[in-house]
Design a protein around this ligand. Structure first.
Ligand SMILES: [Zn+2]
Length: 153
């Protein structure tokens, strides 16, 4: 699909070495607009929304912040650990403000599966519907997210 100039600019800033050393696109060769559309369809097909997913991520992040560095069990099945790696990162969609580079790790103790994210992931999912490209070290695949967190529509 044709991509507007705002997304074109964001896509350039997502390349390795611009905002982050590893970039946001991994080895995904799709245009940003198509990455956004595909993940948007995945989330819609589950009768969920970016906002619902971001809200749950934010809720878990806030619970873990109270126990910085130590794991906290949430809802009896999610073990959440937050690590502050110091420093901040900007949004590649060119918003004002910076996002702390804290790393949130969630283990589903029932299934043994885990997933991780940063504050920037939550912001990009909520505001831009962006989960990062395939192969990116910080991609939060929406199907993995829904499965590991046990989110129901
Ligand atoms: Zn943004």
């Amino acid at each position: 699909m044709k991509q507007d100039p705002i997304l074109e600019r964001a896509e350039k800033l997502m390349k390795p070495g611009e905002i982050s050393s590893s970039g946001f696109l991994g080895n995904d060769n799709r245009k940003l607009v198509d990455i956004l559309l595909d993940d948007g369809q995945t989330v819609a097909s589950l009768n969920l929304s970016h906002e619902i997913l971001a809200d749950r991520m934010e809720e878990l992040t806030e619970k873990a912040r109270e126990y910085l560095g130590s794991p906290v069990l949430v809802d009896g099945y999610l073990e959440v650990t937050i690590q502050d790696s110091r420093g901040n990162i900007a949004c590649p969609f060119q918003h004002m403000g910076m996002y702390p580079k804290e790393n949130v790790h969630v283990l589903n103790v029932k299934t043994g599966e885990s997933i991780q994210w940063t504050s920037l992931n939550i912001h990009m999912i909520r505001e831009h519907g962006f989960y990062e490209g395939k192969g990116s070290p910080f991609r939060v695949d929406p199907l993995d997210l829904v499965r590991v967190l046990g989110i129901m529509a």
